[in-house]
Write a protein that binds this ligand. Structure first.
Ligand code: PLP
Length: 384
């Protein structure tokens, strides 16, 4: 049960078993199963500097356990894989891009991904890095890969829910000597394992379904290449974008229920998508788990679950606002992946190329029949 370094090896091969055991240390009599958060800016460090724990910006035992847990989910059984946690998804994303790219390099990023990415793009360009963009659908990045140093993938994309073929893109990028990073936020490691599909980095916001309660901001990077990960670690130390121990501990505790949550939320997302398909006022319905969704064919080859986000468009901005107002079980809020359903009119932020009536709906852990009834009632009430 215990590994050479003294931490508990994951047992069982099921996602539920793995989620509840992930990252736990070897049991110690009178100690809790998951040790509490370690609050330390510095650690006792007499004499020579040895071992990992000297200063709190470099390392923290609570991160170590969480990093093991995420690594066991992202790449089960692969001991050569390293995970680093960060203060937020954006801190994790920035750490990969800014640690791997230099002036004169070229990066390829999606033009339909998370809306803070254009800010990152502008910053990369300010540092003399060329950024090319391509849509997620249709593996369009293939056409702009020549000469690239790094390919950034976000699949399924947020909020459009397009999907690209990670294996195909990773092979093409590697053939040209480029590194490949996949934003795995929407899928979670239980939905998709980018490293097994050939990516060099799986990067995610742990703020969403990974932790699932809407009370923690977190990010992580999992990677196999020791040199590349050393640069990411160095970036974390320089930027100081570190997770607080309380957040790291809450995240680890929350991962224990990840399989239960994704199972319920993703199944209900499909039920909701099927119900929305019957409604005449709904257009542009997207859910990669729907068999006739444009993303489904590629998604079913590389995803084990299809996520908890459904997107669709109502005829006008006013109709979408009335719909959101009429919902009782669904909070009008941004973000996604939480146990309480949320929905929002995405165009209110600007930045995403979506119609005014576009709704991004994050399905929670409510009873499916209650949630669907609430949505159908709100659609009826918002008609006038
Ligand atoms: N990646 C995706 C796909 C996201 O949706 C988000 C946030 O919404 C992020 C990254 C950034 O994560 P965070 O808000 O934790 O910085």
């Amino acid at each position: 049960m215990s590994g050479a370094d003294g931490h508990t090896a994951p047992f069982g091969s099921g996602d539920g078993t793995r989620a509840v055991r992930a990252g736990l240390p070897e049991p110690v009599k009178h100690e809790p199963t998951l040790p509490g958060p370690v609050f330390a800016a510095h650690y006792h460090l007499p004499g020579e500097v040895t071992g990992p724990y000297g200063y709190g910006r470099d390392d923290n035992p609570t991160w170590t356990l969480l990093e093991r847990a995420i690594g066991e989910l992202e790449a089960p059984g692969q001991d050569d894989v390293e995970t680093l946690v960060f203060a937020s998804g954006m801190a994790a994303i920035s750490s990969v891009l800014f640690s791997q790219l230099r002036a004169g390099d070229t990066a390829v990023v999606p033009d339909d991904c998370y809306q803070a990415m254009p800010l990152v793009r502008a910053q990369l360009e300010a540092y003399g890095i060329e950024v090319r963009t391509a849509p997620t659908a249709g593996d369009a990045a293939l056409d702009v890969l020549d000469g690239a140093k790094l390919l950034w993938i976000e699949t399924p994309s947020n909020p459009g829910l397009d999907v690209c073929d990670i294996r195909r893109l990773a092979e093409a990028a590697h053939a040209r000597g480029a590194l490949v990073a996949v934003d795995n936020t929407l899928a979670t490691p239980l939905g998709q394992r980018p490293l097994e599909l050939g990516a060099d980095f799986s990067v995610a916001s742990g703020t969403k379904q990974l932790t699932g309660h809407g009370d923690v901001l977190l990010g992580y990077v999992t990677g196999r290449d020791a040199e590349a990960m050393a640069a990411v670690r160095r970036w974390r130390k320089i930027a100081g974008a570190i997770a607080g121990p309380m957040e790291a501990w809450l995240a680890h505790r929350s991962i224990a229920t990840l399989q239960l949550r994704v199972e319920r939320q993703d199944a209900t997302a499909l039920v909701l998508a099927e119900a929305l398909r019957e409604r005449s006022e709904v257009s542009g319905l997207r859910y990669p788990g729907l068999p006739d969704d444009p993303s489904h064919k590629v998604a079913s080859r590389q995803m084990r679950r299809y996520g908890c986000v459904v997107s669709f468009t109502l005829p006008t901005r006013a109709r979408a606002e009335r719909f959101l107002d009429a919902l009782r079980l669904v909070d009008d809020a941004t973000s996604f992946g939480g146990v309480r359903s949320t929905a929002e009119r995405r165009a209110r932020w600007g930045g995403d190329d979506v119609p005014e009536g576009f709704i991004r709906f994050s399905v929670g852990a409510e009873d499916p029949e209650d949630l669907v009834a609430d949505v159908l009632r709100a659609l009826d009430e918002s008609a006038h």
